[in-house]
Structures are given as structure tokens and as C-alpha cells.
Design a protein around this ligand. Structure first.
Ligand SMILES: *Cc1c(COP(=O)(O)O)cnc(C)c1O
Length: 402
């Protein structure tokens, strides 16, 4: 039985008994306050922000620029450094192909990390076909990048270094400042995919030393279909070749009429995430500690994947040894959980991230990701804990484990 089919069959049940959402790394619900500010721009304020000849256009443009300022402020950037995209996938593609195609010089090589999101690994992989020498650096058992290997990988031929801030499967935070310093030492441009960290960790582009930074609105309680690429303007100015040509919107870097409601929602979502970051972090940390403590107290042979310290609190990636993760999720239709990256869950292969940590099959095939977010409640955590314990015990008993 496939999960997708099962979920469709559950639809009538879902309407009277909501499925508990614990998959905050794959997406987050749009905050109702965000939906509220978006609404007028989906109806009466429908102007094209590029229209310069009337009030509809001026009003839309004003709203888009206000959102750009909110996003820039959220990451310590200048509004002119924010390029709206359709999401972090497009931002990653623009950063990688855009930089590669804009560079005329001798530098062509790229350095990345083995646990990057597919939207970084695939574009970087494509550069290899265009003649770049690509090196992919490994991680330790905790999921942290091997800085010695990174030091060896970056050379004076390196054009770009792409290393994510927070991993979407295991929540581990990478030492971005150190990585940025290593890139800078060799004159390489540093790109970081921050889809999982913007709004959730204190983050300033200058403090971190990044040149290009990818953001996604729907990971921070904003709408789907929008994101941004931060492109440094000074020290050094970064020039990119656009992927989408047309009217020359977004300073020529991304043509096409901006989605005003999405921009407005994105801006407000960033502002909320920054202003409520401490409250969210404290709540989410409590809930995740509660979930972990209860599971560890009741179940033997549960392992946390990725570092215990230096991780985002909303992510718990746990292996229930002796249990097939996919089967466990199927036995829990009232909970929305994942085994890892949403984009690869259609393929039946173990996670490239968990494999990069050097975990064995027993560990990778029993791994479940619990994603706790702004709207998760204590009751939900307790219900899920109980249900997981029951199902893990039942499945282990059936396999004669205990
Ligand atoms: C979700 C995610 C992406 C893709 O973002 P979209 O806005 O959905 O395109 C890229 N990288 C990471 C780390 C993510 O978590």
C-alpha cells in the first residue's frame, strides 16, 4: 500500500478528526495573520506592481517594496539585495547557475556538502557536466561538515561554495561563519541555503559572511510559491546571470510580474517570525524535549539522528530500531509524519543525508522525522507519543523483538 493512496482514503475521516501535523520541515501552515494581510492583494488591490501609470500599480509596488524591506531587515540586508523567486529551489538554482554563467574567468569549480537539499545537489551536479570540477564534502556522524575536508576542497580555482545553514532532515546547524571564512580566504563566493533557518535562528548576512542566501516563505508560516535570494551588493558585489529573461524585473535578475499577495505574506511572515522568535523557540524546545523524553522513557532502542546540541529544536529525527519507518507511518494515519525529505519520499531509497552520517540500514530504515512548529500543542505531542509507543511496541512484538 502506498502512503499517498492511503491518505486519500482517509479524507472523510480527516474532516471530522484532524490529522495532527508534525511535518514542519516539509512545510508549515500559513499563519492566519499572514493570510489576513494577503487577502486585499488577492482581491481589490490587484494592481501590477510594475504598472507605473496609475494608482493600482503604485499601491501594489508600495506593498511589494514594504515586504522586501521586512525581509531584508529580517536577515540584516539592504532591500536592494533581495530578489524575489518562486521559492528556495529557484533561489538555489539562481545562485548556482547564475554565478557560474556570469563568471567569465578561470574559476569554474564548486564545493558543496553531501547532505545538501536536492535543489542544491542537482544544480551543482549539472555544473559538473558544464566543465566544473565539483567536490562534495562529507559530514561527521553528528551531521556536521568535515571542516578539514572542506579546507582541502576549496582552492584558488573554486568559484562557489554551497553549504546549507540548517539541514531539513536532521536539523543540524552548520558552522556557517567558519565555512564563509574558508571560502573568503580563497576568493570563492559563499552561498547558503537557509530555507530551514531564516526566522528560526538569529541570522545576519554580514555576521555570517554569506554572499548569497536562499529563503523560502512556506517554511516560516508564509505562503507557498515564493522565496528570495539575497545577493550581496558590496564587499564584494556579486553578479549573476538571470535564469528567466523578460521585462527585467528584480533588477534584471528575475523577470516576470511579482505575485503581490505572496510578497506581502512573505514579508509579514518574516516580520512575525523575527519578532516572535524567542517565544516560538522556547515553546518548540519544550515540546520537542517533552516528546523525546517521553519516547526515551517508554521505549528502548530509540536513537536520535544528528547532533544532540547545535540543532534546531523543531526537528527530531529518531530511529526506532527493529521497526520499518514506512510501515510505522502507515500505522499512524492520524499523524502527519515523514521519513525525511518530502521531495524524495516518492522514491523508495534511504535518505542520502542519513547515509552520509554513516548510519547503517537498520538505523536509516527505521528513521522518522518529527517536525514541531508554531501551532503544535502539548496535547498533540502527548497523543502522538502514546500512539507511537503503542505502534512501535506492537510492530516489535510481531517481529519477536520484545
Ligand atoms: C524546503 C527546502 C527547499 C525548497 O524550498 P521551496 O521553497 O519549497 O522550493 C530547499 N532547501 C531546503 C533546506 C528546504 O528545506
Amino acid at each position: 500500500m502506498r502512503l499517498g493512496k492511503h491518505v486519500r482514503n482517509m479524507t472523510p475521516v480527516m474532516s471530522d478528526q484532524p490529522v495532527i501535523y508534525l511535518d514542519a520541515q516539509s512545510t508549515t501552515p500559513c499563519d492566519p495573520r499572514v493570510v489576513e494581510v494577503m487577502a486585499p492583494f488577492a482581491s481589490e488591490n490587484f494592481g501590477n506592481p510594475a504598472s507605473r501609470t496609475h494608482a493600482y500599480g503604485w499601491e501594489a509596488d508600495r506593498a511589494v517594496e514594504a515586504a522586501r524591506t521586512q525581509i531584508a531587515r529580517g536577515i540584516g540586508a539592504d532591500p536592494r539585495e533581495i530578489v524575489f523567486t518562486s521559492g528556495a529551489t529557484e533561489a538555489n538554482n539562481l545562485a548556482i547557475f547564475g554565478l557560474f554563467r556570469a563568471s567569465s574567468g578561470a574559476r569554474r569549480d564548486w564545493v558543496t556538502c553531501r547532505i545538501e537539499h536536492r535543489s542544491v545537489l542537482d544544480p551543482v551536479g549539472a555544473l559538473a557536466k558544464e566543465g566544473a570540477n565539483v567536490r562534495s564534502v562529507g559530514v561527521d556522524r553528528n551531521g556536521r561538515i568535515d571542516l578539514d575536508a572542506l579546507r582541502d576542497a576549496i582552492t584558488d580555482q573554486t568559484l562557489g561554495v554551497s553549504v546549507m545553514h540548517v539541514n531539513n532532515e536532521i536539523g543540524v546547524i552548520q558552522p556557517i561563519q567558519e565555512i564563509a571564512a574558508l571560502a573568503k580566504r580563497h576568493g570563492a563566493i559563499f552561498h547558503s541555503d537557509a530555507a530551514q533557518s531564516v526566522g528560526k535562528l538569529p541570522l545576519g548576512v554580514n555576521e555570517l559572511g554569506v554572499d548569497l542566501l536562499s529563503i523560502s516563505a512556506h517554511k516560516l508560516y508564509g505562503p507557498k510559491g515564493i522565496g528570495a535570494l539575497y545577493v550581496r551588493r558590496k564587499q564584494p558585489p556579486i553578479s549573476l546571470r538571470p535564469l528567466i529573461l523578460g521585462g527585467g524585473h528584480e533588477r534584471g535578475l528575475r523577470s516576470g510580474t511579482l505575485a503581490t499577495p505572496l510578497c506581502v505574506g512573505f514579508g509579514h511572515a518574516v516580520e512575525l517570525a523575527i519578532s516572535e522568535q524567542d517565544i516560538d523557540t522556547a515553546r518548540i524546545s519544550n515540546l520537542s524535549q517533552r516528546l523525546l523524553a517521553q519516547l526515551l522513557a517508554k521505549l528502548p532502542d530509540v536513537e536520535l539522528n544528528g547532533a544532540r546540541e547545535g540543532r534546531l529544536p523543531g526537528n527530531l529525527n529518531l530511529s526506532f530500531l527493529g521497526v520499518e519507518a514506512e510501515a510505522l507511518l502507515l500505522s499512524l494515519p492520524e499523524v502527519a509524519l515523514s521519513t525525511g525529505a518530502a521531495c524524495t519520499s516518492a522514491k523508495r531509497e534511504s535518505s542520502h543525508v542519513l547515509r552520509a552520517l554513516g548510519l547503517n540500514d537498520a538505523r536509516t530504515q527505521s528513521a522518522v522525522r518529527f517536525g514541531i512548529g508554531r501551532f503544535t500543542t502539548e496535547t498533540e505531542i502527548d497523543v502522538v507519543t502514546e500512539r507511537v509507543i503503542v505502534e512501535v511496541e506492537r510492530m516489535r512484538a510481531r517481529h519477536g523483538r520484545r
